[in-house]
Design a protein around this ligand. Structure first.
Ligand SMILES: [Zn+2]
Length: 124
């Protein structure tokens, strides 16, 4: 949560733009299970950007001081849903890429992530 910035484009949109720059055309707001941040329709690849707080990143997740039971359950439910969504999409023939929000912190990291996505798109 600490990473959220008041101004500028969100990391997922920045990553989508980077992908487009290197010739991988993402589709934003494509409605399938789990609402991926963007997809590549032709290659059937779904990309999720997982926030460190909501998805329980092991490096950055800090439980809030209050209502710890509530947050613990919430986090567990989120992680279960992530697993379920990834498995269901795989069943439906999609490849799923999950990227931590903390891996998109600067322009170099964004560029690397977009190259990694492109490599997945090119591998069948
Ligand atoms: Zn993190």
């Amino acid at each position: 949560m600490a990473q959220i910035k008041a101004s500028g484009t969100s990391p997922e949109v920045q990553l989508a733009l980077h992908c487009a720059e290197i010739g991988a055309m993402p589709e934003l707001n494509f409605a399938i299970l789990g609402k991926p941040d963007f997809v590549f329709l032709k290659e059937r690849v779904a990309v999720f950007i997982d926030g460190c707080f909501w998805h329980g990143c092991s490096e950055h997740y800090l439980p809030p001081a209050n209502r710890q039971d509530f947050w613990q359950k919430k986090l567990f439910a989120n992680q279960l849903r992530d697993l379920y969504v990834s498995e269901e999409l795989n069943e439906l023939g999609w490849r799923v890429i999950r990227i931590w929000e903390h891996d998109l912190r600067n322009p170099l990291a964004l560029a690397i992530a977009s190259l990694e996505i492109k490599a997945v798109l090119c591998s069948e």
